[in-house]
Ligand binder design. Structure first.
Ligand code: NAD
Length: 302
């Protein structure tokens, strides 16, 4: 179907964000000598994680960053991982530290995340950053990349003033649903967080001017859940069987029946090509922001 005019193109918007980060990085280096530094720690050999980490490193280089990757064997002790984090906390060449999740079972993920210095926590998972976002202190917080990227997409189509709009966020995870709800609240939306125990989810979704789906259930959100004229942000990434592509083939799909939703929505993000590319772009933006802060410079808007 022809979705032009309604499709929110995350590839395009993320390319704009990355281009701006690269341009501002050049300026920062020329004027201060500070090179934004991003360190990624990966423990184990989970193939999906390896792909994510490789693409983060590639994007960091594209932005002109100093990029380092610590690949540790699966049996690395928690103590050693914590020591890597502490060393990076002290390293002045590093402005952003990211620990690729999930970690092997013998390592306490939360302990590792809370050991990252809050002012290098470019994923925005440290309690200090969670607290800043929760209290509306967006100027000094690091905001988790996926919700931050989703907000940019929303603003691209609805503009900066979201005051009074009804937003329904489906999903209450700490990495997507809750921070997304806080960002929409900070933007003066009236926000409802729905989850697996919510009653009449479809009825609730139909009240929304903005629907954000972050559940992990393929095409759960149907056409008739969407109010005419609403904006739909699909965070979900689900791999499903695609026998039409051949034996054993799969494809990615979101939490929203995209084609169905477009019957009612004014704007919607596709999967793939919507929120996904924004996440990595915002990781670059957060790392650049951290470098600006450490150089005492004003941080540009992305
Ligand atoms: P999660 O499993 O931590 O949380 C899922 C949430 O959905 C929970 O809060 C749960 O209450 C809710 N839920 C489950 N079943 C439900 C139902 N039937 N009705 C209503 N709510 C229900 O997941 P997450 O980490 O927040 O990720 C959600 C989705 O977003 C996944 O598909 C994930 O792959 C994707 N994701 C994408 C990106 C990206 O870069 N685009 C980043 C993070 C996560």
């Amino acid at each position: 179907m022809d979705d032009s005019g309604k499709r929110i193109d995350g590839k395009l918007v993320s390319a704009d964000v990355v281009a701006k980060v690269a341009q501002e990085t050049k300026k920062l280096i020329d004027e201060t000598g500070v090179i934004p530094g991003l360190a990624v720690i990966i423990v184990g050999e989970e193939p999906a994680s390896q792909v994510y980490v490789a693409s983060k490193g590639k994007k960091a280089k594209e932005c002109g960053f100093h990029s380092v990757q610590h690949t540790l064997p699966t049996d690395t002790s928690e103590r050693d991982v914590l020591q890597y984090v502490r060393d990076l906390n002290e390293d002045p060449a590093i402005h952003g530290i990211l620990v690729q999740l999930p970690l092997p079972d013998h390592i306490d993920e939360n302990k590792v995340i809370q050991t990252i210095a809050a002012d290098k926590d470019v994923d925005g998972f440290h309690y200090t950053n969670v607290g800043k976002l929760g209290t509306g202190d967006l100027s000094s917080a690091f905001v988790p990349c996926t919700p931050a990227g989703s907000m940019i997409l929303i603003r691209r189509v609805l503009g900066d003033d979201l005051s009074g709009l009804n937003a329904v966020v489906i999903g209450r995870s700490n990495i997507v649903g809750k921070p997304m709800a806080n960002l929409l609240l900070a933007a003066n939306c009236t926000v409802t967080i729905a989850h697996s125990r919510t009653k009449d989810l479809s009825g609730l979704a139909r009240t929304a001017d903005i629907v954000v789906a972050a559940v992990g259930r393929p095409e759960m959100v149907k056409a008739d859940w969407i109010k005419p004229g609403a904006t739909v942000i699909d965070v979900g990434i689900n791999r499903v069987d695609a026998p039409e592509r051949g034996d054993g083939k799969t494809r990615l799909t979101g939490d929203v029946d995209y084609e169905g939703a477009l019957e009612n929505a004014a704007f919607a993000t596709p999967v793939p090509g919507g929120v996904g590319p924004m996440t990595i772009a915002l990781l670059m933006a957060n790392t650049f922001t951290s470098a600006c802060r450490s150089a005492g410079r004003d941080v540009p808007q992305f």
